[in-house]
Design a binder for this molecule. Structure first.
Ligand code: GL7
Length: 735
């Protein structure tokens, strides 16, 4: 009804809804899976009627736009706020945030030492509210994004009038810099002062807001954790642990133990990666300079923690150094993950393998100290509202016609009803038609954006995600080159028997990640040669889609036949696009990593193409590469030789990609997994040729994907970590 009114209203004004929707920018306030997961969670929280808030920064510039020029990535700023009808500026909701300064200690009338954080500078946080409407419920939650501005709110008129023009706006500009731009690194931390400022600005404003709301309830402080649960989505907001302790201690006058009890019962911490380069550490001098009082509190937290460890494990001197929040390096560093673990009552990983890995590797000592119950798993999920209903309306419609309505969108296990129709001819035909239509739509997009003509009946092989060595787009493109060489060596008759394939890549490289940029360049260079080779024709096309983002994902994912989730085993914490692809009727080629393992368990091992070494063997293989001889796979060597011959242009550019494998220990095991990858890709070709079998696999897989709803995931957090229940809400008429 509402939609009809919108359409009619827009038509009256002379607009088409499609054109209006086109105008909307992606919010782009994150880098990759981590931020997108949070967006799915917000949708589930609202749809399940949980009273929850999301907090973040209102970046003026989100993730950059990617252009491909001459095969290279070029970054362009993406100013998205010129048109954002969804936000409500709340100039009445502001918080003053302090930085720098010093700490003065005094003694109160009870002889207690009181700390006063004084001086420094103040920046103002202004709230912008983004309503998050739940699906099929009147509940709407709030995402509160903070924007930074000068404390005075304006530039300094006094200075301006005195002719000091530059300095009159300097304060304003410095303040606004804090929420100006998102750091574009995915799974990498660089320790920049502005980034730390962003983190503190965000958590201080958010905690102030939370505490203000709690105080209105007039409940005693000890009941704070009953009313409030705060989930740390990775370590980026971990300063919140310290900030809450500071508020309780310095501003509310609680004793240390009482305050710390409240803090630890309030926070939960989700770890999203084991990659060492992504584990946050901040230098002690930097924190000392920016947040002097917080550094004192961190030292006290660490002291009490280490004292308790020492009491319990008096013989284990090394243990203290290993678990300390402070790393005794030069300069000393604060290990944020350790702080998050010590400051939380639950720690979880995001897929079973990942949760096991953190318990046995990076956080092993903490399991010994706190016991295994503090550590748990909550396997990630995705919202079926966006990733099925919105992205693939025809498939959603077909499913709803067989499951008896739209209930599957709020109870994804309902999907299993479609397995009854796996042999139903009309159903299968409609299923195949929908996939083809989605592929035709993507083919049009490929033509328009990359200028390449692709045959929609070819096998669409997709790898879209951030470009990263651990995600191994280099393995994929080396495999594509191997396929090209194999086809080239065939007679025209033999070629005719081969399965045509379109290899589709997309994803951004962090601007400072040189190797990732070389991978993009190699993909484009290979595309240029292969796509123009008349011997090859439609048998193989290679496409790099510019500027992969959520809107493009909604076009690409429903059009995939096979998608690649091929990280080195043990490196991808979960992955979530793997779930999106299968939910949209595509199959997976993947390693035994992250959520691929649980997807296999749910859909059955006949419906997924797994290959490669297992996580438990990775360490030994790396060790062997470094200390033994490292034989490169002969097929991969052929690929390297072809690149080095200059077949794909400038050999210099790609030398580093080859030497990472051949000369520098092949850390990501590209050579070790190459043979198994190529063989498994051949199995994919065979399977795809048998379209009847293929469609059966696809339907069966979708039917068994219920587990991967973010609703299931949020219910697990609510029950196991936050101890909250949904609000009772009357369903809307006709919803
Ligand atoms: C990530 C993981 O790399 C990814 O595997 C996971 O699915 C996601 C959500 O849990 O979190 N961790 C991380 O730092 N980034 C991720 O995408 C950027």
């Amino acid at each position: 009804m509402l939609i009809c009114n919108c359409l009619a209203g827009l038509a009256d004004l002379g607009f088409r809804i499609e054109d209006v929707i086109e105008q909307e920018h992606d919010a782009a306030l994150g880098n990759g899976g981590l931020g997108r997961l949070a967006a799915c969670f917000l949708d589930s929280l609202a749809s399940l009627n949980y009273p929850a808030w999301g907090y973040g920064l209102r970046y003026r510039y989100g993730i950059f736009k990617q252009e491909i020029i001459d095969g290279y990535q070029v970054e362009v700023p993406d100013y998205w706020l010129d048109f954002n009808p969804w936000e409500f500026p709340r100039h009445d909701v502001t918080v003053d945030i302090q930085f720098f300064g010093h700490v003065r200690k005094s003694t109160d009338e009870n002889g207690r030492t009181v700390a006063h954080w004084e001086g420094g500078e103040i920046v103002k946080a202004v709230a912008y509210d983004v309503p998050i409407p739940g699906y099929a419920t009147p509940s709407t939650n709030n995402l509160r994004l903070w924007s930074s501005t000068a404390a005075s709110g304006e530039f300094d008129f006094q200075k301006f009038n005195n002719g000091d023009y530059e300095s009159s706006v300097a304060d304003q500009q410095r303040a606004e810099t804090i929420s100006a731009v998102l750091y574009p690194n995915d799974n990498l931390e660089r320790g920049k002062e502005l980034r730390l400022k962003q983190q503190y600005f965000w958590v201080a404003a958010s905690l102030y807001d939370i505490v203000r709301r709690f105080k209105k309830s007039k409940r005693p402080w000890k009941e704070f954790p009953e009313q409030v649960a705060i989930q740390l989505n990775d370590t980026h907001p971990t300063l919140a642990v310290v900030e809450l302790q500071r508020i309780l201690l310095d501003l509310e006058g609680l004793e240390w133990d009482e305050a710390w009890n409240i803090v630890t019962n309030t926070f939960g911490y989700t770890n999203h990666t084991v990659l060492p380069e992504a584990l946050e550490k901040w230098s002690v001098p930097l924190i000392q300079h920016l947040l002097p009082r917080h550094l004192q509190i961190i030292y006290d937290i660490n002291l009490y923690f280490l004292q308790s460890v020492e009491r319990r494990f008096p013989e284990e001197r090394d243990l203290l150094g290993r678990v300390s929040i402070i790393e005794e390096s030069q300069p000393k560093m604060v290990r944020m993950a350790h702080l998050a673990i010590v400051g939380s009552h639950k720690v979880n990983g995001v897929a079973e393998l990942h949760s096991d890995l953190i318990k046995t590797t990076i956080f092993k000592d903490f399991v010994t100290i706190f016991g295994p119950d503090k550590f748990t798993n909550v396997t990630n999920g995705i919202t079926p509202r966006r990733w099925l209903h919105q992205a693939n309306p025809r498939l959603s419609e077909l499913i709803s016609s067989k499951t008896g309505g739209k209930d599957f969108l709020t109870d994804l296990n309902e999907l299993n009803k479609i397995e009854l129709y796996v042999k139903d001819k009309a159903f299968r035909k409609e299923w195949a038609d929908i996939k083809l239509a989605n592929k035709e739509r993507l083919a049009k997009h490929i033509k328009a954006s990359a200028g390449v003509t692709v045959d929609p009946t070819a096998l669409f092989d997709v790898q879209v995600k951030r470009i990263h060595e651990y995600k191994r787009q280099q393995l994929n493109i080396f495999g594509v080159i191997h396929r090209y060489l194999t086809l080239k060596a065939m007679s025209p008759e033999e070629r005719k028997k081969q399965q045509p394939r379109v290899s589709i890549f997309g994803g951004k490289a962090a601007p400072g990640y040189w190797m990732a940029k070389q991978i993009i360049h190699l993909i484009n260079s290979v595309g240029k040669v292969v796509n123009n080779d008349e011997d090859i024709g439609d048998l193989l096309k290679v496409v790099f889609l510019e500027d992969y983002n959520v809107s493009k994902a909604e076009i690409i994912i429903p059009a995939s036949d096979i998608s690649e989730h091929i990280s080195t085993a043990g490196t991808e914490a979960s992955g979530t696009s793997n779930m999106k692809f299968v939910l949209n009727g595509g199959l997976i080629i993947g390693t035994c990593d992250g959520a691929n393992i649980e997807i296999t368990r749910e859909i059955g091992e006949n419906n997924i193409f797994l290959f490669g070494n297992l996580a438990e063997d990775v360490e030994d293989l790396r060790h062997a590469h470094t200390y033994g001889t490292h034989e490169i796979d002969p097929d991969l060597n052929r690929v390297f030789q072809e690149i080095e011959k200059g077949t794909f242009g400038s050999t210099q550019d790609f030398a580093a990609l080859i030497s990472a494998v051949r000369d520098h220990g092949d850390y990501y095991l590209v050579s070790d997994d190459f043979h198994s990858y190529i063989e498994t890709q051949a199995l994919v070709d065979d399977a795809y040729r048998n379209q009847e079998e293929w469609i059966t696999k696809c339907i069966t897989s979708v039917a068994r994907m219920g587990f991967f709803s973010s609703d299931r995931c949020i219910n697990e957090y609510a029950e196991g970590i936050w101890n909250i229940e949904p609000l009772r809400v009357e369903k809307e008429e006709g919803a």
